[in-house]
Design a protein. Structure first.
Length: 198
């Protein structure tokens, strides 16, 4: 069992090292964070969506912005598309592939942002949400793990965190790191006083 634990930790460390060495992706994270902070400064809102573990990440992203990340500061307008009533209504009436896009159609406006999370980069429900957001004039950060995927090509800001294995767990672990960085970049822009000692 010790060997299994060490193997997992080593794989995770190697995946993070590869991300750190990928200058283009690191710059894309910084650019996306700057654009997101600017949109919020201009009165925009941010929405997030994902399936399964990515739904949990989308919810975490939104609650850290609307609630609190590190230190106290005013809440920011962020919503994860996770309302059970909405999702079961749309899933029943239109099909699951439209549970996120219908919400985006109803709420997103020009100047808003959507964080669209899909480890494969090809989930139909996520891709439909991307299309809906862009049709409304919102910008999209695509967080995925597959270069060349549809989400990679569709997103305004494509952030690819390749896990280095055949499974999604390493990708998801890097996703939460990127999410925390995006939140910190927003906070540093909006509330620099919280980072004077950092």
């Amino acid at each position: 069992m010790f060997d299994v634990v060490l193997k997992n930790l080593t794989e995770a460390r190697n995946a993070l090292d590869r991300l750190c060495d990928d200058e283009a992706t690191v710059r894309q994270i910084a650019t996306a964070g700057e654009a997101l902070a600017d949109a919020l400064q201009r009165g925009g809102r941010v929405y997030s969506c994902g399936n399964g573990g990515s739904m949990c990440d989308a919810m975490h992203f939104a609650e850290e912005l609307s609630g609190r990340y590190r230190d106290n500061r005013p809440g920011l307008p962020a919503t994860a598309i996770s309302d059970v009533g909405h999702m079961t209504c749309v899933g029943n009436d239109y099909g699951y592939d439209f549970v996120f896009s219908r919400y985006v159609e109803a709420h997103a406006r020009a100047g808003d942002f959507l964080l669209a999370i899909s480890t494969s980069g090809k989930s139909p429900s996520i891709l439909n949400a991307v299309d809906a957001a862009q049709a409304r004039g919102a910008k999209v950060i695509g967080l995925h793990g597959r270069p060349g995927s549809l989400l990679d090509s569709k997103a305004d800001f494509s952030i690819c965190t390749q896990g280095g294995t055949a499974y999604a767990d390493r990708i998801q672990e890097l996703h939460i790191k990127v999410i925390h960085i995006l939140i910190e970049l927003v906070e540093r822009s909006h509330f620099p006083e919280n980072y004077k000692a950092a």
